[in-house]
Design a protein around this ligand. Sequence first.
Ligand SMILES: Cc1cc2nc3c(=O)[nH]c(=O)nc-3n(C[C@H](O)[C@H](O)[C@H](O)COP(=O)(O)O)c2cc1C
Length: 363
Amino acid sequence: MLLEKYNLKMIELRNRMVRSACYERMADNDGFVTDRVFKLYSDLAKGGVGLIISGNTLVHRTGFTVDKILCAYDDKYIVGLSEIASVVHKEGGKIALQLTHGGRQSVPALLASKENIAPSAVFEPLMRAMPREMTEEEIWEIIEAFALAAKRAQKAGFDGVQIHGAHGYLVSQFLSGYTNRRDDAWGGDEERRFTFVGEMLKAIRKEVGDSYPVFIKMNYDDYMPGGVTLPEALRTAKRLQDASIDAIEVSTSMYESKIKTARPKILDAADEAYNRVAGMEFKRAVSVPIMLVGGVRSKSVADNILKEGYADLISFGRPLIRQSNLPNLFQQGTERAACISCNGCMNFGKLDYVMCVQLNKHP
Ligand SMILES: Cc1cc2nc3c(=O)[nH]c(=O)nc-3n(C[C@H](O)[C@H](O)[C@H](O)COP(=O)(O)O)c2cc1C
């Protein structure tokens, strides 16, 4: 099942494996692509994955999530982005650009104003920052920035875009009752918390048209008091479907949540696919394709998830950092990814860019 072809809206995928977005920290300091970025995406495409979702890419200068991040907030980035799309297409792959704004989880030191913006002033402990509540004008400016970045991705030849609506970044902050304490058109109840992403989808569609694939990654649980939980997430998924979303990737958590997005210690099959139950609930709630991410390591586990209908596509993050050719290895009979979920690849202090630290030890 995992290695079967799949049609995702108008994209013909060579298999059902998705590279879940992983920031690279490989752009230059001005957000332009480098040879290292081209090599990464060329290797991933050569490795056989069906759909690549790029690392989160910045739509507005007020939302840096990480240093050396890819940027799409200006037309000057289109040329570089188009070279990423072409190296992927040359190797028979497909790629969507992940669009993001960090909101209260932005790195203050990387912002011109040194001040994070967010739906509400809720202190962010990891960034040690109290964000400023966004004005109505700023909200519309950021919505427009997402739409323009989507248009740039389309112009650059990307096969689609994915809104980063998960992990406590700005879109997720608007959806979450924990971070959105507003009582105006943009917050106050579930429906109004949806307004930001709902308006964003309308603005994106105006720029890219109805047939261009637009996906979202969202939390089924924020694991925060007053935050998103599964029943609300399922209603949000229905709203997204009605608002023309083409696929939903199901994930969890914010920076400060105790239960993490990328969980460590995936030791055996029982630890794998830790979001699978939510995947099944999403499959029951909506008819758009569901991508399931989180701890999938074995081909047989992935095959079973697809067979049992817990998801339509399986996303892999850390395993493809370790083995960009994992899809080809699965094809050749390998059963399990070599990734040991040590999370060394997320160690900012020690690494200049994202890489597998185990591989580095044992080349
Ligand atoms: C180094 C690293 C960078 C990541 N960057 C992003 C990102 O840019 N956007 C995103 O949505 N998720 C990001 N994630 C989360 C992954 O996409 C994925 O959801 C998570 O690692 C769980 O899947 P896995 O067990 O297959 O790794 C990142 C994870 C890692 C390890």
